[in-house]
Design a protein around this ligand. Structure first.
Ligand code: NAD
Length: 250
């Protein structure tokens, strides 16, 4: 098992990429803190992990609130005694709108969750990782952390910023033995991206933007999270890893 005796926090792990990552980490021996604003979904993931013989707790936290992010780390330490891995995954889409027409409240909401939430997470996770003599932070950005998407400026800006935050965090804390990396998923079938939220036509069009002519699955992103979290990635820091079915190559 690749994460035996490790403790991990995964934000937004009630569904999608976060959930798949939590299930994989628990299978690999990690003690996992499941965190989400959706308490019901998060508690279900804890039950699933426990039924499979793993260890997990649920802590309700809104990543956009600094105090919640602090509480999430404190509860993890209380339950498991240390923190080694954090996946800052919670994120939301923005309403589709041209820049000039963006609703101010929607801009603020997306920046608060997708960017500030990752910063708050890192701010409170890092001191505990220093105490543990090292750690691995994985921030879930997007292919839209690298290229633009018409009508999604708040989302695109937030994800580009997460890549910059990731690289800077890696430099600042390299000598604390903390590795910080970002992942850039292509379009992945989740609660955020499916026929119901986006419509059948849009999904078909999105598939064609990937060299593999399909969307990804949460498990395919979780596999990259596991690699970056594990000691196999001991020389990997300050980088951005697409998991995008060839989207950025097209
Ligand atoms: P999802 O909607 O399935 O899961 C996101 C989870 O985060 C949900 O359980 C939700 O309740 C939770 N959440 C939302 N706001 C929160 C907050 N403020 N605090 C705590 N939890 C919160 O979505 P997903 O597709 O699994 O997205 C996970 C991450 O992956 C996001 O950062 C998203 O931007 C990124 N991403 C997704 C795709 C995709 O195509 N699905 C592509 C690239 C990047």
């Amino acid at each position: 098992k690749q994460l035996q005796n490790k403790v991990a926090i995964i934000t937004g792990s009630g569904s999608g990429i976060g959930k798949a990552t939590a299930l994989l980490f628990a299978k690999e021996g990690a003690k996992v803190t499941i965190s989400d604003i959706n308490e019901e979904a998060g508690k279900k993931v804890v039950e699933e992990i426990q039924q499979n013989g793993g260890e997990a707790i649920f802590v309700k936290a809104n990543t956009a609130i600094a105090e919640d992010s602090k509480h999430l780390v404190a509860e993890t330490i209380k339950a498991f005694g240390a923190l080694h891995i954090a996946v800052n995954n919670a994120g939301v889409g923005s309403a589709f709108s041209k820049v000039a027409d963006i609703d101010l409240a929607d801009w603020q909401r997306v920046i608060d969750i997708n960017l500030n939430g990752v910063f708050y997470g890192m701010k409170y996770q890092i001191p505990e990782m220093i105490k543990a003599k090292g750690g691995s932070i994985i921030n879930i950005a997007s292919i839209l952390g690298q290229v633009a998407f018409q009508g999604a400026a708040a989302y695109v800006a937030s994800k580009h910023a997460v890549v910059g935050l990731t690289k800077t965090g890696a430099l600042d804390h390299a000598l604390d033995n903390i590795r910080v990396n970002a992942i850039g998923p292509g379009f992945i079938y989740t609660g955020l991206v499916n026929e119901t939220t986006m419509g059948k036509e849009a999904i078909l069009a999105l598939e064609q933007k990937h060299a593999l002519h399909r969307l990804g699955n949460p498990e395919e992103v979780a596999a990259m999270c596991l690699f970056l979290a594990s000691d196999t990635a001991s020389f990997v820091t300050g980088s951005y890893y697409p998991v995008d079915g060839g989207y950025l190559a097209m």
